[in-house]
Design a protein around this ligand. Structure first.
Ligand code: ARG
Length: 404
């Protein structure tokens, strides 16, 4: 491999990415490692992490404040798309990757770097997402993945790091692999690797247990405009504030936990625990809003589009042409997704209890009512059913399909 002058490294402050710094210099001949740590609302001390990078030999260490774009450009479109991978997981980790990739490429351009690097290993989804999303935005940039190649155990990586002044982690490492951002927490490994072993209560931070959740239910109303949530309980909130509020309310009542078997991109199944209270609540409410305001054929087709959208994002194709096209379709359906959804939160549940839309409701009480003086033309039903079932009736007659 040619000697690289400057490389931008996606940095988290953990052992693996810290070790990547001297490793890139020693084994890949990189002269300047620029580290990039993204603030996605994970609530860590990023200034400390920034300093740690410099102590580990980084030439420059940058913090990117990505919380606003994360919510506005990634989480909110996912709500419109009702994005649930495997019909369950709202992509809280996956949605962050294309945003980080975009900024790695941006920094690489700004500093005229020859390559970008990340510390993902060879079995997970994130390596795929980083590689594909970086390729999509900077196809000329080389991608270096030391942790996918170095074949060191954790102990060996720590020892290697110590040779370069990277201190071994002081606290005993948690048995879990945890990814955190504003949208939620993903928890894997340790005893969770036995899919039959129930998660212990202490892995959760954003959601209450059923026991600790309030005994009293709480009723809330979420307002949507153009398919985006805009207020909670009549209080207008900017996207970021709204997402935080939804996290707090849902989390308090213990709503938003998932325990699932997940089909990774690389073909293996894994067991993952999630807590994503706000995002799951908002997707549930959004789906309900659509059920009042979209035509049945649009709803049916959009559910196919939504599923595909979620798969594409999970699999690393955020910046691909199909995802772009599906975005346009989804956007074109959302002009009429306006109104209110009422939800009762109680002991791990979020139960829809009402919905309304002044501008966009397709519900017609004068047609649906069971009262006698409705506006539905009952006489038309006979002719409609005659034709609707015609082909089936012909089939039954010609097949002698009667009960013996
Ligand atoms: N399985 C999730 C995804 O692919 C989360 C990955 C990171 N999880 C973790 N526990 N470190 O989006």
């Amino acid at each position: 491999m040619k000697d690289l002058k400057r490389v931008v490294l996606a940095y988290s402050g953990g052992v693996d990415t810290s070790v990547c710094i001297p490793y890139l210099r020693e084994k890949y001949g990189v002269s300047e490692v620029i580290t990039y740590v993204a603030d996605l609302g994970q609530g860590e001390d990023l200034e400390n992490i920034r300093k740690k990078a410099l102590q580990s030999g980084a030439f420059k260490s940058i913090i990117g404040d990505l919380v606003e774009p994360f919510v506005n450009e990634f989480a909110f479109p996912a709500i419109r798309a009702n994005a649930l991978y495997g019909d369950k997981y709202p992509l809280s980790t996956a949605l962050a990757r294309p945003l980080i990739a975009r900024n790695l490429v941006k920094i690489a351009r700004e500093f005229n770097a020859d390559a970008v690097a990340h510390g993902c290993t060879g079995k997970g989804n994130d390596q795929v997402r980083f590689d594909l999303n970086i390729n999509a935005l900077g196809p000329d940039l080389e991608i270096i993945t030391p942790a996918r190649e170095w074949n060191m155990s954790r102990e060996e990586a720590i020892n290697y790091g110590e040779r370069f002044g990277i201190p071994a982690p002081v606290s005993k490492k948690s048995p879990y692999s945890i990814d955190v951002n504003l949208l939620g927490r993903s928890i894997e490994a340790g005893d969770l690797e036995d899919p039959m072993s129930p998660p212990s209560e202490d892995i959760y931070e954003m959601t209450s247990s059923i026991e600790e959740a309030p005994d009293k239910p709480e009723d809330i109303v979420i307002e949507f405009q153009n398919g985006f949530p805009v207020s909670i309980n009549e209080e207008k909130l900017a996207h970021l504030e709204l997402m935080k509020r939804a996290n707090l309310i849902a989390g308090k009542h213990g709503f938003g936990r998932l325990d699932m078997m997940e089909d990774r991109i690389v073909g293996i199944k894994s067991r993952e625990i999630y807590e994503t209270p706000g995002l799951l609540l908002l997707i549930k409410a959004h789906k309900e809003m659509e059920s009042l305001t979209l035509n049945p054929d649009v709803l049916e087709f959009k559910s196919i589009v939504d599923k595909k959208w979620g798969q594409l994002v999970y699999q690393g194709f955020w910046y691909g042409p199909l995802k772009n096209a599906l975005d346009e379709f989804i956007a074109s359906t959302q002009h009429s997704v306006n109104g209110l959804v009422k939800i009762r939160l109680h002991k791990g549940n979020a139960v829809i209890t009402g919905r309304s839309s002044i501008q966009s409701s397709l519900y017609r009480e004068d047609l649906a009512t069971y009262n006698k003086d409705d506006n539905f033309n009952h006489d038309c039903a006979k002719g409609f059913i005659y034709m609707w079932g015609m082909s089936n009736k012909i089939w039954a007659e010609s097949n002698n399909n009667d009960i013996k």
